[in-house]
Design a protein around this ligand. Structure first.
Ligand code: TPP
Length: 289
């Protein structure tokens, strides 16, 4: 990130999540507080764009930025909430029938009170709401907040520290973000981890933008990485059958579940903090069944 190596000029457009004074999710708060300071430390000139910023003001900033770009430096625009607007609504879809929420319902029916590590985004929100609805405790579930792509590594860490079965509910975008986790998990030779990847071919939680997994199967990739058993399902009967078999198998398993894109409009958010969730989950893990 400087002009000393390749000196490639670049303009960063940074959405200011966690801006001080603006309510945001916990994983963004600290990053938001230090965004400007981080850029200062890295020697990246920056300018804040607000809803009130005019095109003329951006032009003036660009004139200043051009001098830095011309010598191979990088610059950044930090974009405040609502500074950009987009009136058209993009709608993404695929041909699968099963919803992510239904898939999660099947998983929790079979996992019973086993430990679950779920990925960031709406998967964890849906899991939390399902536990609330059925008045079940939340201490079996570690809801990964932020850290997209890391829930399978967290689940591996949990599986290495218990004899109980650990379920990981992952997303296709998240798996792609840290694909290197797959061979690491396979080479750990755990027998108590069931890795489920909800593949809706999209980053559904943040608007449904497609991932590149339309013409590839994660189950094939995992198999090539050394997972002893992998399968891809796209409807409820085979999902149910595979979940039951996985519970009995006592071997590392990956089940890819092809799902449609979408979620409930009124989906809530966890009412406990990530810190409380971690504490409850660790107590449950240490206690065993
Ligand atoms: C490192 C990181 N980048 C981006 C995000 C924002 N984010 C949260 S959920 C999500 C999409 C996840 O997509 P996928 O894993 O396919 O799950 P889906 O939302 O489709 O269920 C993104 C980009 C994040 N939490 N962490």
């Amino acid at each position: 990130m400087n002009d000393k190596v390749y000196a490639i000029p670049a303009i960063f457009i940074i959405g200011w999540r966690g801006e001080p004074g603006v309510r945001d999710e916990p994983q963004h708060v600290y990053q938001g507080k230090v965004t400007e300071a981080l850029l200062d430390i890295m020697g990246v000139e920056h300018s804040v764009v607000s809803p009130a910023t005019t095109p003329d003001e951006v032009s003036v900033t660009m004139d200043r930025f051009r001098k830095m770009l011309s010598v191979g430096k990088q610059v950044a625009f930090i974009i405040r909430k609502d500074a950009f607007c987009y009136k058209r609504k993009s709608v993404y879809s695929n041909d699968y029938m099963l919803t992510r929420e239904e898939a999660i319902e099947y998983i929790i029916a079979i996992s019973e009170d086993d430990l679950i590590v779920s990925t960031t985004g709406k998967t964890s929100r849906e899991l939390f709401e399902m536990r609330e609805k059925s008045k079940l405790p939340h201490n079996t579930d570690f809801l990964t907040v932020g850290s997209m792509g890391h829930c399978s590594s967290i689940a591996l860490g949990v599986a290495l520290n218990t004899d109980e079965t650990v379920w990981c509910i992952d997303g296709d975008g998240a798996v792609l973000m840290h694909l290197g986790a797959l061979p690491v998990i396979a080479s750990a030779h755990v027998h108590n981890l069931i890795h489920i990847v909800i593949n809706n071919e999209a980053h559904e939680s943040v608007g449904g933008q497609p991932t590149v997994l339309k013409n590839m199967n994660i189950s094939d990739i995992a198999r090539a990485c050394g997972y002893p058993y992998t399968v891809c399902v796209d409807e409820s009967h085979s999902l149910h059958r595979e979940l039951r078999a996985a519970k009995e198998r006592k071997a590392l398993t990956l089940i890819e579940v092809k799902c449609k894109i979408g979620s409930r409009e009124n989906l809530g958010r966890p009412t406990s903090t990530p810190g409380e969730n971690k504490k409850m989950f660790m107590e449950k893990l240490l206690l065993g069944k």
